[in-house]
Design a protein around this ligand. Structure first.
Ligand SMILES: *[C@@H]1O[C@H](CO)[C@@H](O)[C@H](O)[C@H]1NC(C)=O
Ligand SMILES: *[C@@H]1O[C@H](CO)[C@@H](O)[C@H](O)[C@H]1NC(C)=O
Length: 451
């Protein structure tokens, strides 16, 4: 009787309760990993990553500037400093020049919305430790007391949410030169002063103040998750935090966690799997392939062009991933026009082809190359075949789809259904119209009622 009653309750709950009711997660990976990923994340597919901090002031090399200069003592960085700054100039001296005087959060949000992205992830704190909000645990090393004298996390968040985009926050666990971290490290991570006095208070502060939809953790790789107390934080986040039902997390929560524990998987930066992974994942990629932060010594040939970005997006979505594309704003608070042009180009492509991206699922076949390479996505019995090179002929062969009498084939952006004929064993041949001009060099065949 007891068993039956609880099964009935469980059944009723599946019908009407939100998934979180009744589930308490315990601070261990078996429990935390069993949490279903909030649905919005798989549907949105495309987000913008924003790396912004004091590193945007020297804007040289990459956002790892401080480390390259003082940690690795890379000669390029050492020389850049000796040639351009007085000898006693410290990294902290860059902060007052993080003015962000042209920063208009609504303008940022307009550009991001125009790109077709559905979520934005801002670096609230990168490995330099400078917080883009007034963290009480980061005295004078935060954007309210220093630099812009603004709460960048709040200001961007408000603008992003006005446009109905999801707002995520990147936060690093480790900080290269934080004395508390260095002392814990010296103890072989047996002490947790840094975690107690900096990492945890700041994570809780971020979540309670800004209610992010996503936490993008990083900088986990030098110490185990037991040092970081990651499972304790995640259990609170999933059970009791103000975002417990919507928040999504990644997988960087301690040595060996990446690609294995947490919410979705980032695995390595720019993760590029060859086959369909069996867990939700995200590829983060930067328009400037050599840096996540803005750098003044960026060259045009270091930038992904629009067709390359679209190809990457399409490949990622076909393999079940999300695509998080990064731009680094300048210290003055501008998004370089060349980045803006890329983002608006993606949006223009998604205006026509977004049906083949948003809220799709991977299909039973991910790719084939009978005419030119295609990537497949699907929604129920509709299959999208996206191709990123012009076949230069008016027939297009697809071998994988199984057609029926009621199959309808269209080219997205072209009003008329297309003529097609089944092939002998499986697949079809489609008569293409003249392809519409596409600066992204990518088009979509939509196949309705195929298997
Ligand atoms: C770690 O998390 C536990 C809860 O799981 C908590 O009791 C403890 O105080 C936390 N320690 C730190 C250093 O945050
Ligand atoms: C697709 O097929 C063509 C012709 O067979 C070949 O030249 C090309 O390299 C293939 N592309 C991919 C990505 O496999």
């Amino acid at each position: 009787m007891q068993v039956i009653r609880s099964q009935i309750l469980l059944f009723l709950c599946q019908l009407s309760c939100s998934s979180s009711i009744g589930t308490r997660y315990t601070p261990d990976w078996a429990s935390l990993d069993s949490r279903p990923l909030p649905e919005w994340y798989d549907e949105v597919k495309f987000g913008i990553f924003v790396h912004w901090g004091v590193f945007s002031v020297p804007a040289f090399g990459s956002e790892w500037f401080w480390w390259n200069w003082k940690g690795a003592q890379n000669p390029n960085y050492v020389q850049f400093m000796t040639q351009n700054y007085p000898p006693e100039f410290s990294y902290a001296d860059f902060a007052p020049n993080f003015h962000a005087q042209f920063f208009d959060p609504d303008e940022f949000a307009d550009i991001f919305a125009a790109s077709g992205a559905k979520y934005v992830v801002l670096t609230s704190k990168h490995h330099e430790g400078f917080t883009n909000w007034g963290s009480p645990n980061s005295w004078n090393w935060n954007s309210v007391d220093n630099g812009p004298h603004r709460d960048l996390v709040a200001d961007l968040g408000t603008a992003i949410r006005k446009r109905d985009l999801h707002y995520g926050l990147y936060s690093t666990l480790y900080e290269w030169f934080n004395p508390l971290y260095m002392s814990d490290k010296q103890s072989g991570f047996k002490t947790q002063q840094f975690v107690e006095n900096k990492v945890m208070p700041e994570l809780y502060n971020l979540v309670n103040r800004y209610k992010p939809d996503l936490i993008w953790s990083d900088g986990d790789w030098e110490a185990p998750d037991t040092y970081w107390n990651s499972t304790g934080f995640l259990a609170w986040l999933y059970n009791d935090s103000p975002v417990k039902d919507v928040v999504v997390t990644n997988d960087r929560w301690g040595v060996g966690c990446s690609c294995k524990h947490g919410g979705y998987y980032n695995c390595a930066d720019k993760f590029t799997p060859e086959q369909l992974p069996n867990h939700k994942w995200e590829k983060c990629q930067s328009v400037d392939v050599r840096s996540w932060g803005y750098r003044r010594n960026m060259k045009l040939y270091d930038l992904m062009d629009l067709p390359t970005i679209i190809k990457d997006l399409v490949y990622v979505v076909a393999l079940g991933g999300n695509y998080l594309l990064n731009v680094g704003p300048t210290a003055e608070g501008m998004i370089a026009p060349v980045f803006e042009e890329r983002l608006r180009g993606i949006g223009a492509w998604l205006q026509v082809n977004g049906d083949a991206i948003y809220a799709t699922k991977p299909w039973r076949v991910q790719t084939e190359n009978a005419t030119v390479p295609v990537w497949y996505t699907s929604k129920h019995s509709t299959v999208y075949a996206i191709f990123t090179s012009n076949p230069m002929q008016n027939t297009f062969m697809l071998l994988a789809p199984q057609t029926s009498y009621s199959t309808v084939v269209t080219l997205l952006g072209n009003p008329e259904p297309l003529k097609w004929a089944p092939l002998q064993t499986s697949g079809l041949i489609v008569l293409l119209p003249d392809l519409p001009f596409s600066p992204a060099k990518a088009w979509t065949l939509k196949l309705e009622r195929v298997a």
